[in-house]
Design a protein around this ligand. Sequence first.
Ligand SMILES: Nc1ncnc2c1ncn2[C@@H]1O[C@H](COP(=O)(O)OP(=O)(O)OP(=O)(O)O)[C@@H](O)[C@H]1O
Ligand SMILES: [Mg+2]
Length: 148
Amino acid sequence: MKIALPDLAAMDRLGRAIAEALWPDDVVALEGGLGAGKTTLARAIIAGLGYQGEVPSPSFAIIEVYDPPAVRLPLIHADFYRLADPSEADEIGLDDYRQGAALLAEWPDHAGGFKHEPGCLSITLEVAEEGRIAIVEAGADWLGRIPQ
Ligand SMILES: Nc1ncnc2c1ncn2[C@@H]1O[C@H](COP(=O)(O)OP(=O)(O)OP(=O)(O)O)[C@@H](O)[C@H]1O
Ligand SMILES: [Mg+2]
């Protein structure tokens, strides 16, 4: 499925729709090159989960953790760009962070990818003439709750 995202308001709407549908153990895999809009969409999702503060890009820390009551459900926002090898995701304790939490993953391939998980919603952002295009692939757990 392709979704046109002509401007930041459209990013915000998609992010909030994803936030409403999100469950613990889900992964939103945000793919796309440098500047494609991954952090922008992650921020919209985090805001949709109720977070009112400023959301830092996790590009330096790799993992940022958000816990209730500031958000509706436990959430991990990760940027795996700086991982040299997927095995480093284990070394930083990704599995422990993920216990009972949803994961927003920028550069998911650098952590080995998540598309084999039924709870994975993969969103590839591409620069378009106007804004961005999102290509959405939903794992089995997302059937019936894919944001329109
Ligand atoms: N739909 C859109 N239309 C127009 N501009 C957008 C859209 N989405 C994001 N942008 C702009 O694109 C720029 C880069 O966005 P962002 O930082 O989210 O990218 P990123 O994919 O996280 O990049 P990186 O890989 O460097 O972390 C920002 O200035 C943002 O405002
Ligand atoms: Mg980013």
